[in-house]
Design a protein around this ligand. Structure first.
Ligand code: ATP
Ligand code: MG
Length: 440
């Protein structure tokens, strides 16, 4: 993408209405613009990041055997009357009337809808277990939308729902999602620690929140440092491995991690002092098992193996896709701007001409841009006729993993500068070597 043709509005000043660093940076670097309280337009840069996060979430769900579908944003109130949640949900639900005066709503979540879809088409135990998911916009009329996309009113969520014949099956589905979540967050380049959540409507130990550590987080967290060493993507644990998944769950249960809501001083004091980590965190995912709450209320029953009828056990599993954009920035930035983890960077390389009006530099940079493009390296090319210093400042702010800087002096000597955004390390090398490094 050539910056001279892009829509990438960068602000020099920090917007005064933003309180936390990720919100400030998302506005300054042109990722989003607020269009109404808690509602955001995703500009091209922010949209690229959102799509990358979404794609990683999707790939890890697919690997875990979840089936993707898409449910609508608008739902009928009657559906929610069936579960009894229409009245219970309260003012967070955006209620709408259509031209025929029918009561509708903008979905805050989809348990009811999927339970109804399942009820209407699934008859037999042979069709279970299944986990289905979608990645769709939700609306919750939060009392205090704040911190930009972190607590918006409209936000993008991946929500998955599992259906099993019994509690043992539902536990397997839960453990499967637990592993899928650990792998998803690791691939996104962030550390998200699973923390036992306040137990849901039916109690039990099957509710975890995934918390990204960041000083501006809304909850206080306590965890064992061994979470910092764990490698989920590298582990060869397979999704069908019943004993292996159970062992994973037990290990998580034994390794302390809790938010202030569930913190247990007695257990905490057993964690060696050198391993105790405290701080603040942002909830980016939440998984839980709720038994037959919805299947009971909505009459979802299937014929069992022995001829009787069975009420499926369900769980639901959410990831805040749009919140993650903010959470990743909270966890990965410096004085100069955003520092994107490779996996979610909007482009891999930022190519900058220090003097667009210098013929040889411009043609060297043009040539390099073509080659990067041909090699499939996602590149943002700042070809604008702007001061070099300004362009470098914007590149740092936007935070792409690599910068290639082309200036008249280097071009005369046959070199370009290659800068690593995270470490700040700079290297002068030939354009060919830079290309080799970036395509390796
Ligand atoms: P919170 O406690 O932060 O209000 P929640 O517990 O109500 O969230 P869930 O119903 O568990 O949220 O939703 C699943 C995920 O959706 C959350 O883990 C979070 O990442 C994301 N999410 C929830 N509410 C919002 C919001 N208002 N803006 C952005 N993301 C949200
Ligand atoms: Mg939650």
């Amino acid at each position: 993408m050539r910056l001279s043709r892009a829509f990438l509005p960068v602000l020099k000043e920090s917007p005064s209405d933003a309180q936390i660093v990720s919100h400030k940076l998302m506005l300054r670097a042109g990722l989003v613009r607020q269009t109404a309280a808690g509602i955001y337009a995703w500009l091209p840069l922010g949209f690229r990041v959102l799509k990358k996060i979404e794609q990683i979430v999707r790939e890890e769900q697919d690997r875990a055997g979840s089936l993707e579908m898409l449910m609508p944003t608008i739902q009928s109130a009657d559906l929610w009357r069936e579960s009894g949640r229409y009245d219970a949900y309260g003012p967070e639900m955006l209620r709408i009337r259509d031209r025929h005066d029918r009561e509708m709503l903008f979905g805050p979540t989809n348990e009811e809808m999927l339970t109804a879809l399942f009820r209407d088409d699934v008859r037999s135990y042979r069709d279970l277990p299944r986990t289905l998911y979608h990645i769709q916009w939700k609306f919750r009329d939060e009392v205090r939308p704040r911190f930009g996309v972190m607590r918006g009113r409209e936000f993008l969520m991946k929500d998955a729902y599992s259906f099993d014949l019994d509690e043992a099956g539902a536990r397997q589905s839960y453990y499967t999602q637990l592993l899928a979540y650990l792998r998803t967050f690791q691939r996104l380049g962030i550390r998200a620690v699973p923390m036992k959540a306040a137990s849901g409507p039916i109690g039990g130990d099957l509710s975890h929140e995934f918390i990204v550590l960041a000083p501006t987080g809304e909850s206080e967290v306590f965890y064992d440092a061994s979470y910092e060493e764990m490698d989920w993507s590298g582990s060869d644990l397979q999704y069908g491995d019943v004993a292996g998944l159970r062992a994973l769950f037990d290990r998580i249960g034994q390794t302390y991690a809790a938010t202030d809501e569930t913190h247990d001083e007695a257990r905490w004091s057993e964690v060696p002092a050198t391993s105790q980590r405290t701080g603040r965190g942002i909830e980016v995912g939440h998984i839980f098992y709720f038994g037959t709450k919805y299947s009971d209320a909505m009459g979802l029953r299937v014929s069992g193996q022995d001829g009787g009828m069975v009420t499926p056990h369900m769980g639901s599993y959410g990831i805040g896709v749009s919140r993650l954009v903010g959470a990743i920035i909270e966890a990965s930035h410096d004085e100069a701007g955003i520092v994107w983890p490779d996996a979610v960077a909007p482009w891999r390389v930022g190519l900058v001409t220090m003097r667009a009006d210098d013929g040889p530099s411009a043609s060297a940079a043009d040539g390099l841009y073509r080659k990067l493009h041909d090699a499939g390296v996602e590149t943002l090319y700042d070809d604008r006729d702007e001061r070099g210093g300004v362009k470098l400042g914007s590149m740092d702010l936007i935070g792409l993993p690599w910068q290639v800087i082309v200036g008249p002096r280097g071009v005369a000597a046959g070199t370009v500068e290659l800068k690593n955004r995270r470490t700040g390390e700079c290297q002068e090398l030939s354009a060919e070597s830079a290309l080799e490094r970036l395509t390796a």
